[in-house]
Design a protein around this ligand. Structure first.
Ligand code: HH2
Length: 268
């Protein structure tokens, strides 16, 4: 399902009031569906629907609330023939969305929950395994590693084996930019993308508008705000593409589709 010669673009569609960049924009299901369709018109290969923010400090939402937010949106997009990924950690949400036609299960907790592995296998879905240190509420308090690249790669390799042992055939891996990582950790992960591509699974990178870009542009104490991180996002994503990322998870699909067209003209 992944294109050759360029990374796939995964459009971010958060049906939440509090996501760090698009929070509140798509809480109305009609607006969410329209935004998903627009992403595809702009060049998205698939749309990642999420109903719970995982930004640092985010409060968890109930299963009932998350189901209410995402299922109608996933149903409508799948009915349109749009490829959908569901960004959830809850088995009931995964089950409902994969039953509605979503093709990818994106779990920021890395499929540590065996129930998610079983659901993903039963639906023949792709598992997107992400690395996170800690949990969203506290993960940015004091992230620490001896060898961030080695530890993240070892974790992804081990989780990929668990997921495959449960019967999942298609696996993507994601180092989890910004999930329990300092600016230096994020930069090390991107600089050493080869450690992740070497695992043999398509690598997804989700860095769009994240705080480390604001800190590079501003300072650690005064990061540039989310709305000022678009050019840095494009630069970092083109770097990731050049180093083998197969899927880029982005807010601004149109800008990335255009940038990738120019990039491809040079790399073809
Ligand atoms: N980042 C976010 C959410 N889900 N999934 C994967 N696989 N990789 C990521 O890097 C990733 C992810 C956080 O970004 P966003 O969805 O824009 O914000 P929020 O969590 O506040 O809804």
């Amino acid at each position: 399902m992944l294109p050759e010669g360029r990374p796939a673009l995964m459009g971010i569609l958060n049906v939440t009031p509090d996501s760090f960049s698009d929070g509140g924009l798509h809480l109305d299901p009609l607006l969410a569906v329209a935004a998903g369709r627009q992403m595809v018109a702009d060049g998205a290969d698939l749309v990642d629907v999420g109903g719970e923010s995982t930004r640092p400090g985010a409060e968890p939402v109930t299963e009932a609330e998350e189901l209410k937010r995402v299922v109608p949106v996933v149903q409508a997009l799948c009915t349109d023939g749009i490829r959908v990924s569901i960004d959830t950690t809850k088995p009931a949400v995964a089950e409902a969305c994969l039953a509605a036609g979503a093709e990818v299960l994106n779990d920021v907790t890395g499929f540590q929950n065996p129930e998610l592995r079983e659901i993903c296998a039963r639906h023949g879905a792709t598992a997107c395994i992400m690395h996170m240190q800690g949990e969203p509420r506290t993960m940015q308090n004091n992230p620490s590693y001896n060898d961030v690249v080695g530890e993240v790669a070892a974790y992804l390799e081990e989780q990929a084996q668990f997921v495959q042992a449960a019967g999942v055939r298609d696996v993507w891996v994601d180092p989890g930019i910004g999930f329990g990582k300092t600016t230096a950790h994020n930069l090390a992960l991107l600089r050493h993308m080869g450690a992740f591509t070497a695992l043999g699974y398509p690598v997804l990178i989700g860095l769009s508008r994240k705080a480390f870009l604001g800190r590079i542009l501003g300072s650690e104490a005064e990061p540039l705000p989310t709305s000022e991180r678009e050019e840095a996002t494009l630069a970092a994503n083109l770097f990731a593409a050049a180093h083998g990322a197969r899927i880029l998870r982005v807010h601004n699909v149109r800008g990335h589709a255009r940038a990738l067209r120019a990039w491809r003209a040079l790399t073809d």
